[in-house]
Design a protein around this ligand. Sequence first.
Ligand code: ADP
Ligand code: AMP
Length: 215
Amino acid sequence: MDIILLGPPGAGKGTQAQRLVEAHGMRQLSTGDMLRAAVKAGTAVGLQAKAVMDRGELVCDAIVSALIGEELDAMAAGQGAIFDGYPRTAAQAESLDAILSARGRSLNHVIELGVDEDALVERICGRFTCANCGKGYHDKFEQPKVAGTCDKCGSHEFKRRPDDNEDTVRTRMAEYRAKTAPILPIYDARGIVSRVDGMADIDAVTAAIEQVIKG
Ligand code: ADP
Ligand code: AMP
């Protein structure tokens, strides 16, 4: 099963993708994570993407679509994919169709996480992740069970994203409104969009997504 999680920055895509990975052995394909890895490794893609990401703008379509194709090729046959943060433009949505059909795959669901924009700044500015395993947390909404220790791997090191600040968040939201929200009608026309209340608490959102997947 291949699904897209769609929603503005801070909607909960990464949080829910990590849960789907745990529950169903699917693979999370986050172009944001791929780009951050490229920046950290200092690759040509990373060097090109860094300033764009720091401003909260979108990296060019060809780069992110190439990353998605490479990741899909590295997956086990039959493993489901969760697209997190991709596609973000109409051109990327078109590329994804081609990328999937070339591999004999197709989209089963597009799950839109509906959120109130006012809540997103608080969500994003309180976000942090385990530096070792990448598990996501929040200062207020999802704290580690033992303070300072990752629930999943026991690491004591955590990190915050440089673009998770109020100024950049506003740009990222504007990008979402202008370029990403307009792709929804493409999937609506195919009858594969489900809308989930992303303002509910994290467990309730997971339960609603599970309902969609069960059909
Ligand atoms: P996205 O991947 O869509 O940018 P994240 O999954 O990283 O968003 O969520 C942003 C922050 O908000 C994280 O710190 C996460 O713990 C928290 N969060 C996610 N879903 C919820 C929710 N339903 N209620 C409250 N906080 C949430
Ligand atoms: P994210 O981790 O999804 O919040 O993405 C962080 C940043 O990476 C975004 O603000 C963009 O600069 C860049 N990015 C991630 N995914 C994409 C994409 N599909 N298209 C363009 N830029 C992207």
